[in-house]
Structures are given as C-alpha cells and as structure tokens.
Write a protein that binds this ligand. Structure first.
Ligand SMILES: NC(=O)c1ccc[n+]([C@@H]2O[C@H](COP(=O)([O-])OP(=O)(O)OC[C@H]3O[C@@H](n4cnc5c(N)ncnc54)[C@H](OP(=O)(O)O)[C@@H]3O)[C@@H](O)[C@H]2O)c1
Length: 313
C-alpha cells in the first residue's frame, strides 16, 4: 500500500481508542488484529464470543465492550453454499451489519464494514465506481448489498469498503486451494473469463489502519462527511487463470511446487451453484481522492504473500 495524505501517520493515534474486531478468526480479521496492534486496546470477537445470526448476542457484545471503533470482518462467505442457505447468509450478511451499525451509533463508535464486488452484475466493461447501480447475480451478493443498506440506514458514522477476490497466507482462499490442488493433480482447468483484482488481507488491513488512524486524528474531515461507500482493492486486474499462472510461477521458484499444466476455460465450462460477474474490477479513485490511500498492485501484493509462505509465517 502507498499513502499520499496518509503518509506520516503517527504510529499510535492521539488517544487510545478501543477497537472491536468482529470476525477476528477470518482471513481479514487476523490481519486487522495485526495492523491495529499499535492502537493498544483491541478486542477480538470470534464465533465463540458472538453469534451474528442472533441480534441480542451482537447488542450484548457491543454494549459490554463499548468500543470507539468497530471493524466488522465477519461475513457468511461461502458463495455457492449461500444459494441453499440463504436464511443464514441474510442473517449474517444483511441483518447483523445493520445491528452492529445501530449499536455503533448508540455508543458513538466509527463502524467499518466490508462488502464485495459481487454486488455488481459484471456486465460493465470499465471498472465499477461507487455510484454504479448494484445488481447482484447471486444470494451472497444480494445479502451483502442488503447489509450495505442496513449500515447506511442505521445513520451513524461508517465506512463500507467494497473489495474483491480476498486471499492471504491463512484461511480458505484461491491461492491456498491452488497450492493444495497442485499436490493432487497435474492438470488444472481455470476460469479465464472472470476478471478482477486479487486483493490481500494484508493490504486491506494496512489501508484500513491508515484510514482509521487519519480519521481519528481528524485529517480527512468529519466522520460524518467521510461516511459512505468506498471501493478498496489491489491495483490492476487479471483473470482467475492469470492469477493461477502468477501463483505457480512464484510457487515453483519459492516453494519448490511442481506447477501443474493450466488450461484456460470459460465460466460456462465450470458450472457452479452461484453465478459470478465477468467484470469484477473496482475503481479505487474515490478512496485515493478522499484518503490518499492506494493498495499495491495485485502481483506485488502476491509477492509479499508468497514471501511469507516461503518463510513459514
Ligand atoms: N473472501 C473473498 O474473496 C471476499 C471478496 C470480497 C469481499 N469479501 C468480504 O471481505 C470480508 C472479509 O472476508 P474474509 O474472506 O476475511 O472472510 P472469512 O475468512 O470467511 O472470515 C469470516 C469470519 O466471519 C466469521 N463468522 C461467520 N459467520 C459467523 C457467525 N454466524 N457468527 C460469528 N462469526 C461468524 C467467521 O468465523 P469462523 O472462523 O468461526 O467461521 C470468520 O471469522 C467479508 O465482509 C467478505 O464478505 C471477501
């Protein structure tokens, strides 16, 4: 990540805000815990602490912790399973963010929430901007869009950060799936007609840290003025096939993985329960204009994750 205005952020914010990280066991939640260590007072809430399908459990958590900042990294992220578990997907992705945002307003906290490129139908050839009309193709996207609306309607201070193709050194993601499949198969067929920006949990957490630090130090204007939806993804774009090629070029060199033969295929040749957008590329210009923050290019961010994997982190 590179920062414009955000450069020179103090390592610690002016006071010691209490930060509640919901979903701290997920890919992004883990990295947020790492990035926000400098805040001093972090409370992580995993599934044992809060059940997001139960609004009373959410209210009890926020009222008990009384945070200054809530980072919601939790979500129902099983895109295909959501097609048959829509009640649970909507409970976690649509209702829970609204309840969290209401509770954030009640205790005067800044609420940071993450959403997805899958709110769009992928039919526009250019990168998607925040004012484009969402039209989700699947239940997961519809549930995330409903969650955005719930956060907006709660009326507090919030950031909705839409991102894409999240992965990192831990968790359930495309990179780790590719490395596992390479041990099992010599040929892999990978979809080549869905384009997006693979985005690391590490870059997302760093950028979130820079923005929250700047907001709390009053460097970007009032929280109310800054509240809104922002796209936040790594720069550049590729297809899943291009991403797989980049992964195996590095994995062969750095991890000694025997690269499988990769065959590009169309989405129609790989039917999945949930339809996916063809163009998932998000424009990050609003984020840069408002906060001076840009995430690294996707292949540079991949280098960092491969480095971490090869060093055993
Ligand atoms: N992954 C992607 O490709 C992608 C793309 C675009 C946007 N996003 C968005 O980015 C954010 C972070 O995604 P991620 O990939 O880091 O997610 P993740 O790794 O799947 O983690 C999700 C987290 O939510 C928790 N969770 C799920 N259901 C819960 C429930 N009922 N009660 C309490 N906790 C619950 C999980 O707990 P357990 O660990 O116990 O299951 C986990 O900590 C999400 O808002 C997601 O929608 C992700």
């Amino acid at each position: 990540m590179s920062e414009g205005q955000a450069q020179g952020s103090p390592a610690t914010p002016p006071e010691s805000p209490r930060v509640l990280i919901v979903g701290n066991s997920g890919q992004l939640g883990r990295e947020l815990e790492r990035s926000f260590r400098s805040f001093g007072c972090i409370v992580g809430a995993d599934r044992k602490t809060v059940n997001l399908a139960d609004p009373d459990s959410i209210r009890a958590l926020v009222r008990r912790e009384s945070p200054n900042v809530i980072l919601n990294a939790a979500a129902y992220t099983a895109v295909d399973r959501a097609e048959t578990e829509s009640d649970l997907a909507f409970a976690v992705n649509a209702r829970a963010p609204g309840v969290l945002a209401e509770e954030a307003r009640r205790c005067g906290a800044l609420f940071v929430h993450y959403s997805t490129d899958y709110v769009f139908d992928g039919k526009k050839p250019e990168p998607w901007v925040e004012t484009d009309k969402p039209l989700p193709l699947n239940i997961y996207g519809a549930s995330k869009l409903a969650g955005e609306r719930g956060v907006e309607e709660a009326g507090g201070n919030y950031l909705i950060l839409r991102t894409s193709w999240v992965y990192g050194p831990h968790g359930n993601n495309f990179l780790l799936t590719m490395l596992r499949l390479a041990k099992e198969r010599s040929i892999l067929s990978i979809v080549d007609d869905q384009v997006g920006a693979p985005t690391t949990s590490i870059e997302l957490a760093r950028a979130t840290h820079a923005i929250v630090t700047g907001l709390l130090a009053d460097r970007f204007g009032s929280l109310q003025e800054c509240s809104g939806i922002y796209h936040m993804a790594c720069a550049g774009a590729t297809s899943w096939f291009g991403f797989a090629q980049a992964i195996f070029a590095r994995a062969a060199r750095q991890l000694g993985v025997k690269a499988p033969e990769l065959i590009p295929i169309g989405s129609k040749d790989y039917p999945m329960p949930a339809a996916r957008p063809h163009n998932s590329v998000l424009s990050n210009e609003k984020l840069y204009t408002q906060f001076g923050v840009r995430l690294a290019k996707w292949d540079t961010a991949l280098d960092e994750v491969m480095q971490l994997l090869s060093s055993g982190r």
